[in-house]
Design a protein around this ligand. Structure first.
Ligand SMILES: Cc1ncc(COP(=O)(O)O)c(C=O)c1O
Length: 474
């Protein structure tokens, strides 16, 4: 072994960043190790060991929790044959895993035309572009495709730069917009933007987000987590205006219209930010990579707020949980980069990924999945609010459609986050066949597929309730 290697490894093994909150659960606690020692079978253990040897380790990703063997509908199954309702699914599984119609459409497309070199137009990519223009809010109508969400976010920023001839961006602290160098710069989580990967893109400014239950500007909320608007006067939106005014030359504000934590915008937030953008010549980009295509009970999360962005970014579920594809949809007059190559990706017009996306949208429409997300989501929210009446550990219940969250606290008065309980609940729920992730340490984030039935949802919420009732004991 090269004697320099251990020294290099020592120098490079950095202490974790002091701000460890993240939009994902981390993977290194004792409890995780204990759960694994009790639940992994031989095959799973062997896969996990190979996985840990093969992949570069990174927080919230590798080493893994468990090894998976099947994914079907709302279910995933591990190598020991244990089945879990997947209330996480990285938000790719809107139509459920392995939808038969989608698999058929992909197979047929592979037969017909498996690939299109970029300089050729193809039917599937065109149909998808036209469909996205038809369903997108307002007059968003010109499209580019990428393979992943991070790339699409970066394309959107390039389009905004070209259209405004400015380079700065404004995004939220605590947000995640992707792992690329540009998208990491927009992200506001220490895990992604601090540490040895830095420095990132110049001009990427951040502002504290909305989040009424734990308002970063220190304003109180009522017992339902709703703001007292007459007192806070939308300080969070005013700060966006303030920063845009002081900077004077921001190209774009880029944010998730409903934060994945989840946190919903206070009434009037996006209208106010839209006006601020218009006043200061900045474009508004909505990252709907997790929320788009019906997750929140409307086709787009921004539909709830009646605010139309200048550019919308989609990804994740767009590929139907089988193939990777993301999209940028922009106003026609932002088509100003014709002499440049902002999104010159190899799979830009891949007919197979395009067909997967088109069929996914058709399935969402034909099966009424947006409406189902709204109906089941409303019933779930009601049930969670009832749970909150009984269980003091639930400080706040938030959500829209099938983007739901329970904020667990040690005390409702202090709102001190109870990350320990959240972790206990996570593993207890896994024992009972429900998989979800925690966000910011203490928020149980529930994002099931849009195909879920009321019975399945209530069964899952029974599990969550029992798990919280069990308290912090083993
Ligand atoms: C809001 C948001 N934007 C962007 C991304 C990045 O998407 P991808 O992982 O496909 O690059 C994610 C992924 O989790 C996301 O949640």
């Amino acid at each position: 072994m090269n004697p320099a290697k251990p020294e290099l490894a020592r120098r490079n093994s950095l202490e974790p960043h002091p701000v460890s909150q993240s939009e994902s659960d981390t993977n290194l606690t004792d409890r995780r190790a204990r759960w694994q020692s009790e639940h992994l079978d031989g095959r799973g253990r062997a896969l996990m060991e190979r996985d840990a040897r093969a992949f570069l380790h990174q927080s919230v990703s590798t080493p893994c929790l468990n090894a998976i063997a099947k994914a079907q509908g709302i279910w995933i199954e591990d190598t020991a044959g244990r089945r879990y309702m997947d209330f996480h699914g990285n938000n790719v599984h809107h139509i459920g895993y392995g939808h038969p119609r989608l698999k058929r459409a992909i197979a047929e497309q592979m037969e017909q035309l498996p690939f299109a070199p970029r300089r050729y137009a193809c039917e599937a990519a065109l149909e998808l572009a036209e469909k996205l223009a038809a369903i997108a809010p307002g007059s968003l109508e010109k499209v580019l495709f990428t393979t992943g969400g991070s790339d699409a976010v970066e394309v959107a920023v390039k389009v905004a730069r070209a259209a405004t001839r400015r380079f700065k961006t404004l995004s939220f602290w605590d947000a995640f917009h992707g792992a690329g160098l540009g998208a990491s710069s927009l992200s506001g989580e220490a895990l992604f933007r601090a540490g040895p990967g830095a420095p990132f893109m110049a001009g990427a400014q951040h502002v504290a987000p909305f989040g009424c239950y734990r308002c970063p500007y220190g304003h109180p909320c009522d017992e339902n987590g709703d703001p007292f608007l007459d007192r806070c006067r939308l300080a969070c939106a005013n700060m966006v205006d303030y920063v845009l005014a002081r900077e004077g030359d921001v190209a774009a504000v880029i944010c998730e219209p409903a934060r994945a934590v989840p946190y919903l915008p206070p009434p009037g937030y996006w209208q106010s930010v839209r006006e601020a953008c218009d006043r200061h010549g900045a474009l508004l980009i909505f990252d709907e990579i997790p929320t788009g295509l019906g997750k929140t009970g409307r086709m787009f999360a921004c539909d709830h707020d009646g605010v139309i962005p200048d550019i919308l970014v989609l990804g994740k579920a767009l590929g139907g949980g089988i193939l990777p594809i993301a999209a940028v949809i922009a106003r026609a007059d932002l088509d100003v980069g014709g002499d440049w190559a902002f999104g010159h990706y190899t799979h830009e017009k891949n007919p197979v990924t395009a067909r997967a996306a088109l069929t996914t949208i058709e399935i969402i429409e034909d099966e009424g999945l947006v409406e189902n997300a709204a109906t089941i989501g409303a019933a779930a929210l009601e049930r969670l609010c009832e749970m909150k009446q009984r269980l003091p550990a639930i400080g706040d219940v938030r959500g829209r459609g099938l983007l739901l969250g329970l904020d667990l606290v040690k005390s409702r008065d202090t709102k001190e986050p109870d990350a320990e309980l959240a972790e206990t609940v996570l593993y207890r729920a896994l024992d009972r066949g429900l998989s979800f992730k925690t966000t910011m340490g203490n928020v149980l984030t529930l994002t099931p597929p849009l195909t879920i039935t009321n019975d399945e949802m209530m069964r899952a919420l029974d599990i969550v309730e029992e798990a919280i009732e069990g308290g912090n004991g083993e």
